[in-house]
Design a protein around this ligand. Structure first.
Ligand code: ADP
Ligand code: X15
Length: 403
């Protein structure tokens, strides 16, 4: 590996800044964490720092989203999982945070406030620019060594990911190291045909990945479902109905329609879209062809299409899947997500990413059937396009600079 790892690094007695990705599905009404997979996956890294002072940095969601919230519940969940006290602090690098870190003892675990409460963390920038941010300059003063374990955020060029490793000696945590080692094996010999299934709501990431894996010959075909499919329908000139159109506008994805059109123009016969969808009509699920979507929200693939898509998936040697096929939280619209996941789990090689997706798999009890369930969604699929992730690049630069 081109970067240094925690496994080979002595941290005893040091103050360690540990960046994790505890971004998890949350019930915004009660602030309850609905799935703690990422906590369970990061716990060994926190435990490995038992002889250090461990300052945990994480984000939860993004500004404007309903689940963009404070981290009290996250600290409590980590405390329960590791069986050691975890102190939550409603500050990131202000005086309160700096004093609390200065007073830590060996073995203490302190969780700082949601790092995306600081506006700088929400900006995309190079490592060099990130070095100059208040966030990086102040955080770097608070620790001796930086451990990046946040594989789920490894595809973001944001200050704590790309700037901190240039400001202080940085190593990859145990989860980061495991994810990269496992996913590297996928790239070096996946059985064909290779099908990517892209769903959920992160349309921009998914279109990038679709364009990349098709142009690079990594995927033989891409199935688009969820909100991603709606953008392709619009690119085909179809009417997706006012509610789904409004959702695209609200998420800022209307501008992605042109990109979807380009993908269809170049790789149209390799992009597979559901031909029917399910919409909500009051309390009911209605089915309709994509050529006649009424002004009702599109919330799942249609039942006929689910059969067609799962046939394609069953004939694939490798399935890489990210994002649910519909609003699975409502059982009326969970069929597409559940059936597609069931079909994917039967593939010879199956890799899945995405917090929501992983949570559905666990709730279905089919997690053991997948070859690998990554803690990253966008990070996992971007890694599988063969591009170097910004976090990995920054860790490599840190090794060259400090070790
Ligand atoms: N057609 C749709 N309309 C609205 N929301 C959808 C649709 N399909 C899927 N979703 C929503 O996508 C969300 C998950 O998306 P995302 O965060 O991208 O997935 P992951 O965490 O697995 O990467 C779920 O909350 C689900 O309700
Ligand atoms: O959950 C995450 O991404 P994912 O849903 O693609 O796995 C990461 O925490 C990154 O979050 P972001 O997509 O808001 O930058």
């Amino acid at each position: 590996m081109k970067f240094a790892t925690l496994t080979e690094t002595e941290t005893a007695g040091q103050t360690v800044l540990l960046r994790v990705d505890f971004n998890s599905p949350i019930d915004p009404a009660s602030n309850t964490i609905l799935d703690d997979k990422r906590f369970r996956e990061h716990a060994p890294t926190v435990q490995a720092l038992g002889d250090a002072k461990c300052v945990v940095i994480t984000h939860q969601s993004r500004p404007q989203k309903k689940d963009f919230t404070t981290l009290e519940a996250h600290a409590a969940r980590l405390e329960r999982l590791i069986g050691r006290p975890v102190t939550y602090l409603d500050d990131i690098f202000g005086r309160c945070a700096r004093e609390a870190v200065a007073e830590m003892d060996i073995g203490d675990v302190l969780m700082l406030e949601n790092v995306r409460f600081n506006a700088e963390e929400n900006l995309k920038m190079s490592g060099a620019d990130a070095l100059g941010t208040h966030l990086v300059r102040n955080l770097a003063q608070m620790g001796d060594i930086y451990v990046n374990d946040a594989f789920g955020t490894a595809h973001r060029s944001q200050p704590t990911i790309v700037g901190l490793p240039l400001a202080m000696p940085a190593v990859a945590g145990l989860l980061m190291e495991k994810e990269i080692a496992t996913l590297s094996r996928v790239l070096s010999g996946a059985p064909g045909p290779v099908t990517f299934v892209l769903g959920g709501t992160k349309v921009d990431d998914s279109l990038d990945v679709a364009a990349n894996v098709l142009s690079g010959g990594i995927a033989d075909r891409v199935i688009a479902v969820g909100v991603v499919a709606n953008v392709f329908y619009k690119a085909q000139g179809l009417n997706i109905g006012a509610p789904s159109e409004d959702l695209l506008r609200k998420l800022g994805y209307l501008s992605e329609v042109e990109k979807a059109g380009d993908i269809l123009a170049k790789f149209g016969d390799q992009v597979i879209l559901p031909e029917t969808v399910a919409v909500r009509d009051g309390e009911f699920r209605d089915e309709c062809p994509v050529t006649a979507i009424p002004d009702l929200p599109v919330l799942d693939c249609g039942l006929d299409s689910i059969g067609q898509l799962t046939d394609v998936i069953r004939k694939s040697g490798t399935v890489v899947l990210n994002g649910p096929a519909g609003v699975f939280e409502d059982s009326l619209f969970a069929t597409g997500t559940n059936e597609i996941l069931r079909a994917a789990s039967a593939a010879e090689f199956s890799v899945v990413g995405g917090g929501h997706t992983a949570a559905v798999i666990e709730s279905m009890g089919i997690d053991k059937k997948f070859s690998h369930i990554s803690t990253g969604g966008g990070a996992c699929i971007q890694f599988l396009t063969g591009r170097t992730l910004p976090a990995v690049e920054a860790l490599a630069a840190s090794k060259a600079r400090f070790w």
